[in-house]
Design a protein around this ligand. Structure first.
Ligand SMILES: Cc1cc2nc3c(=O)[nH]c(=O)nc-3n(C[C@H](O)[C@H](O)[C@H](O)COP(=O)(O)O)c2cc1C
Length: 235
């Protein structure tokens, strides 16, 4: 008995879960595509309701380029986490404990590198929220990018849809670091959302007393994270 027959039989007895229905339809799509067919009709399965909450959220790893407790970039990352729709699940992946990248450790990597790489590998996308240090990428963030990129040929970044946000108390919002991060992402093959760009200026002046972003910034952050969700869903 083939998988499709098992699923069809289960459906007759009303035992099908939403997941099984997906598998069934997927098997039909594969069958149709193998036959070179460009249309698909699945009797009895053409439409069905997916109960709310059953759609899997995309897991997004967020790297914050500042280790400071009161970091405005961490606050921005937390705001993105709060404002993201149910379709995205943002998790800040800590990078402060990663030993400096050293090629000598490739054969026997520190446990922190291994778990960091695993977290990135399991994510559906990567967000970088960072300050600018001396007109470029903070070392701690560059180190994390390097750790995830090696051993050669086994990097964990390739193909993960990316987003870059920088912030600064100054007027240009870390724009130079933003583009330096993007430059590194080219080589590790992270397709980065191009628009909207995110350079958050006046980064100390955009907060309400309760720690949330002021209305205008909140509106921008919400539109940015929604645009990022659309970007992620293209992959
Ligand atoms: C080492 C260092 C270098 C900095 N260089 C820049 C810079 O090039 N451009 C800039 O806009 N701000 C620069 N700043 C100021 C940071 O934008 C500011 O400290 C910001 O609060 C850091 O982000 P955080 O709050 O997330 O830690 C620098 C700060 C430090 C500590």
């Amino acid at each position: 008995m083939q998988l499709v027959d098992i699923v069809r039989k289960a459906d007759e007895t009303n035992e099908l879960t939403v997941e099984s229905r997906f598998i069934f339809i997927l098997s039909k799509v594969m069958e149709a595509s193998l036959k070179g067919s460009d249309s698909l009709r699945v009797d009895g399965f053409a439409s069905f309701d997916i109960p709310e909450g059953d759609i899997m959220a995309k897991k997004i790893a967020v790297l914050v380029g500042s280790l400071r407790k009161e970091s405005v970039n961490r606050k921005l990352a937390l705001e993105l986490q709060r404002l993201a729709s149910d379709g995205l699940e943002l998790e800040i992946v800590e990078i402060g404990n990663l030993q400096h990248y050293n090629q000598d450790f490739d054969a026997n990597p520190p446990q922190e590198w291994v778990s960091f790489r695993e977290k990135i590998k399991c994510s559906d996308g990567v967000l970088f929220v960072s300050p600018e240090y001396n007109r470029t990428i903070p070392g701690v963030l560059k180190n994390a990018i390097d750790v995830g990129s090696r051993p050669y040929g086994q990097g964990v970044w390739a193909g993960k849809p990316g987003g870059v946000m920088t912030s600064s108390p100054s007027g240009i919002g870390g724009a130079i670091a933003n583009h330096h991060i993007r430059q590194a992402l080219v080589f590790i093959d992270v397709p980065v959302m191009q628009q909207p760009e995110a350079y958050i200026a006046d980064a100390f002046g955009i907060w309400n007393e309760d720690g949330t972003a002021v209305a205008e910034t909140e509106k921008f952050l919400k539109s940015w994270i929604d645009a990022y969700e659309s970007w992620v869903n293209k992959f």
